[in-house]
Design a protein around this ligand. Sequence first.
Ligand SMILES: [Zn+2]
Length: 309
Amino acid sequence: MPTLGIDLGGTNARAAVVDGQGKILASAKMALTERSPEAVVESIAQAAAEAVSLAGVPVTGCGVGAAGQIPGNSGVLAVAPNLGWRNVPLGALLSARLGMPVRLVNDLAAAAWGEFNAGAGRGAPDVYVAFVGSGVGSCIIANGQLVRGSGGVAGELGHTKVIPGGRRCGCGELGCLEAYCGGHNLIGLTRELLASGRSPVLNELTAGVAERITPLTLERAAEAGDPAAVEIHSRAGKMLGMAISNMITVLNPARLILGGGVLMNCPGLRRAVVEGIQALTSNTAREGLLIAEAELGDDSGLIGAALLG
Ligand SMILES: [Zn+2]
């Protein structure tokens, strides 16, 4: 029986009706014009109603992937920075509004579950998924099960420490991997470099306009040989390569799935990660490891949420 998948971002709610094989039958999207929990629930319900009506089939349950921390199976979004929420019982609110059971999971877990079932992870029971987008996150699937951890926050690769007492991360702590490698921070570091006037190549690439900077701008400046850009870019590649390699050595997955906007759009960083893995994983953990790229793009979270629902 098909289920409903919801991908709740900071600006849109997307809904899809998905069959048991992970195929999207119909989907719809609503912009979040207001971010109060009641208004967001209403936007989700409207997107859901449209998707169900387009699919023309009944659905039996609903899964929601949302950016933020969700303790265990509480259905509560404890911290959701995109929405400015704290301790919102979204699962219960949405279940009452939709009249069906709702399972709430972290957006990355939903995306990983989608890739595991219907994308690059098919056929492998032990999968590690690393996403580098505006933030850095990962998800562990062991023996075909999502590993959530006792507090529901397992897999927080972005907040593993790479430099004790280093740069401040968005989480408030110091020296996290994300503070050096997350897209948001790469843009920040590149803007600082542009403002410092130490990078003529960067100045040329952006015509001095900081708003034009993306992680790919940094990569282009590094490829053009700009020493200051090379320093930031190669540090990010090395740190990501080492952090992911260490997870491979610890977990010994059959498959590593790489995804997220930064890794997908910056081939140089992706190459650095793959080279890091070749050089830094233990030989025994690397045997039989297959490195794959995420296949489902923006739909992975929708599909995974539906399959969890
Ligand atoms: Zn952090």
